[in-house]
Design a protein around this ligand. Sequence first.
Ligand code: PMP
Length: 302
Amino acid sequence: MAIVYFENRFVEEEEAKISIKTNSFHYGTAVFEGIRAYYNREEDTMYGLFFKEHYQRLFQNMRILNMEIEETVDELVDITAELVKKNNHKEDVYIRPIVYFADLAIGPKLIGYKAKIAIYTLPLGDYIDTNKGIKAKVSSWTRLNDNMIPPRLKVTGAYVNSAMAKTEALLNGADEAIVLNQKGYVAEGSAENIFIVRNGKLITPPVSEDILEGITRNAVMDIAKDIGIPVIERSISRTELYVADEVFFCGTGAQISPVVEIDQKKIGNGEVGPITKKIKDIYFDAVRGKIEKYRHWVIPIK
Ligand code: PMP
């Protein structure tokens, strides 16, 4: 039986139930995170990846929605490590903290309600393929913008947009969607940020382009700089995807996921490109605590 964190304590999953009247369930106003912890087999140790950064982003999002909870960022980092320990995981896991307005009340608003946090873990290998390269489709759905439902906000309501795009991609034989923003520039995947490679340089949309400010995106930029690959944050047009040498998605769930085909056009030679591969290999070692330079990304859970 899994242990989860619910209403300020660790309980059996069976006990962690919310009412059908829960306010955020109706109005899409819960903010959440997707975090990973990785199992290092040689050391028999779980490593928590970017725990603090995820909770800092959660608190930024809570601020936008006027949410306050009793736990602090540092306490949540400890609680999350404890939760991984209590569940005796010896495999890669995904961790889902979610903050919601727990009031049993009608009305879409962001004042006068009490927020609470729940956290659970689940074993998760690849969310999308990270080896052979995936097929993506530019979506007919447009990315939300900052004056609607801010994409910066990892809020449940925003994932209607992601779900529409992802479903359309799947129904059309692709693995993942690429969504354009209202200006028509490339924003991101349904649940990942995107990078393209052109002439040995990495290019990714800036945070003003209606994207989630991804934590993996930052990690990729750090790796690229460390191996001498220039990173440029600028707008990317749709057809630039088609002529890119390499394309990949990144995210906590997606990790580093090479894209080898977009809208039925091969990217580069249709195989995983060398820069993508290099960054991916470094990332997968770093998240398991195997690279000294990136040890600050992870905490060993003992
Ligand atoms: N964009 C969206 C829409 C996402 O849901 C995610 C996953 N959290 C990302 C990008 C990647 O963000 P991160 O690297 O922080 O997981």
